[in-house]
Design a binder for this molecule. Structure first.
Ligand SMILES: [Zn+2]
Length: 509
């Protein structure tokens, strides 16, 4: 059993064998701008690279990628990351500090900071500037996002690397080459730009110090967060490889050492809106949730996680986007002990009767002709197993339904019999569907798959106020390794294989 702890303190990993040191602390402590920095010091001397993100609050890929990079290690030198430079703006998902207009509220127009800080934007600029001077980096990479593709003629600086003119453009070329390797559309390739705007951190750092400073800009338009964070990671990884600090691979999405539950949230094609991804992140705020796409899954990213969620949207869209290679990667992940939680479309995806499906469970969908059966609140009844797995005492719950699958035992395959955690007790039937058809069919089911566990929600706990905890408990249950029955183990090492029981649920599957 894994025990998931919440929170993050100072992490110090140092010893005689490995003299590296990982430290973290707060900048602007006690203010609305309070934000965490991460510092990794290798045991080998080398360059210092500073990564900043979240200077603008409406550029999520910058601060999310920076947070992922903060978990990386380097084989020489120092890697310092301040993922969220402007927390008040990030909080409201706006470019500017709330309550301030124009240049005054734009943190990236206040460098180098004035001698005497006057407005809050200046004060934060002073703090970041002091932090930069203290660490005296050789390279500064400031992660941002634009709204349009520069290569397509947009006025936005989206999809570019902006290197202030004093700098060596070889670094810029290295990052452009790395990121453009995965881009096939000509009007989406990253382009070089050569002048950072006056007042920006990168320009100030390049002009005031001998810092190689670059602004990395992804594009928000028509691209998932996982695509954009991946692009940021590729550029940063290429830079670190060029400095002989790391390999050119994109590295971890989540630190292997963290004790929080690590959840991959699919956000590629077929996954619905960005609002939906944020809703899942909100419900699961005590876990480490990282958005992943097909490219990440193909690369094998899932082995870094405890669980994967496929959310609402389109099951066929999801299945076809990740493709045979991605589907095999998901099956392998669960087979080796990972947790799969599918909601609505993500439940469809796991079923057994689609050629684009994962076939993780012995269930088929039925009444497929009426899949557009409508949306609304329905009543479900938890089974005793459901009450145990989902941590609820009551039997009946009202939950949001949005054209999730109607499930029946599969006619093919050799899966173990799934456990029904809840039954639909009322139904919805629009567009020619009979509402009675879904009554007394499974609403929430669970089953083992290899060493892992699968939980499928046909309805939407994350969209139903008061039922968010169902998702949390389902994930906690699914990510717990199924208990081994001692009699079945013939090895002398049986005791070693038995899981630690503290923190575990009572039931056995
Ligand atoms: Zn920006």
């Amino acid at each position: 059993m894994r025990l998931f702890l919440v929170g993050l303190g100072i992490i110090m990993l140092s010893g005689a064998a490995q003299a590296f040191q990982r430290t973290t602390g707060l900048l602007a402590s006690g203010t609305p701008f309070e934000t965490r920095w991460y510092h990794y010091q290798s045991d080998e001397p080398g360059p210092c690279v500073l990564i900043t993100g979240g200077i603008h609050g409406d550029e999520p890929a910058g601060y999310l990628a920076a947070r992922q990079i903060a978990d990386w290690t380097v084989k020489r030198g120092t890697l310092i990351v301040v993922p969220r430079c402007n927390p008040p703006a990030i909080e409201v998902r706006k470019r500017r500090v709330p309550g301030l207009e124009g240049v005054e509220g734009d943190l990236n127009r206040h460098f180098p900071p004035p001698d005497e800080a006057s407005v809050v934007t200046d004060e934060q600029a002073v703090r970041i500037w002091d932090f930069l001077r203290k660490h005296d980096p050789d390279v500064l990479l400031d992660l941002h996002e634009g709204y349009g593709f520069r290569a397509a003629g947009s006025k936005s600086v989206g999809s570019s690397v902006i290197t202030h003119r004093r700098n060596d453009n070889a670094q810029q070329a290295v990052m452009l080459k790395a990121v453009n390797q995965e881009i096939t559309a000509e009007d989406r390739v990253f382009v070089p730009l050569f002048s950072a705007v006056k007042g920006s951190l990168v320009r100030a750092a390049a002009e005031q110090f001998e810092v190689d400073a670059h602004i990395l800009e992804t594009t928000t338009k028509d691209q998932s967060v996982s695509t954009r964070t991946r692009q940021h990671r590729r550029m940063v990884a290429a830079m670190l490889a060029d400095l002989d600090m790391a390999d050119a691979s994109t590295g971890w999405l989540v630190c292997p050492d963290v004790s929080e539950m690590k959840i991959a949230l699919y956000d590629g094609k077929g996954s619905g809106s960005a609002t939906q991804s944020r809703r899942f992140e909100g419900v699961l705020e005590n876990s480490r949730v990282v958005r992943v796409g097909a490219a990440d899954i193909h690369e094998g990213c899932l082995d870094q996680f405890d669980a994967v969620i496929f959310p609402g949207g389109s099951g066929s869209g999801q299945g076809r986007t990740i493709g045979p290679e991605g589907r095999e990667a998901v099956r392998e992940f669960v087979d080796e002990g990972g947790a799969y939680v599918g909601v609505c479309a993500g439940a469809y995806l796991a079923l057994n009767n689609y050629d684009w499906g994962l076939k993780l469970i012995g269930l088929d969908s039925f009444d497929r002709a009426h899949w557009r059966r409508g949306k609304g609140m329905v009543r479900i009844e938890l089974t005793s197993e459901g009450q145990s797995v989902l941590g609820r005492n009551e039997q009946e719950l009202e939950i949001k339904f949005a054209q999730g699958p109607l499930m029946v035992p599969s006619e093919t395959g050799s899966h173990p019999t799934p456990e029904v955690l809840a039954w639909y007790r009322t139904g919805i039937g629009k567009n020619g569907a009979d509402p009675e058809t879904m009554v007394d069919t499974p609403a929430i089911v669970a089953a083992p798959f290899g060493d892992g566990r699968v939980v499928l929600f046909s309805p939407h706990p994350e969209q139903t106020s008061g039922l968010h905890d169902l998702l949390v408990t389902a994930l906690g249950w699914a990510a717990t390794e199924p208990e081994l029955v001692p009699e079945n183990i013939e090895s002398d090492n049986a005791k070693d294989l038995l899981p630690v029981t503290e923190g575990a649920h009572d039931h056995v599957d």
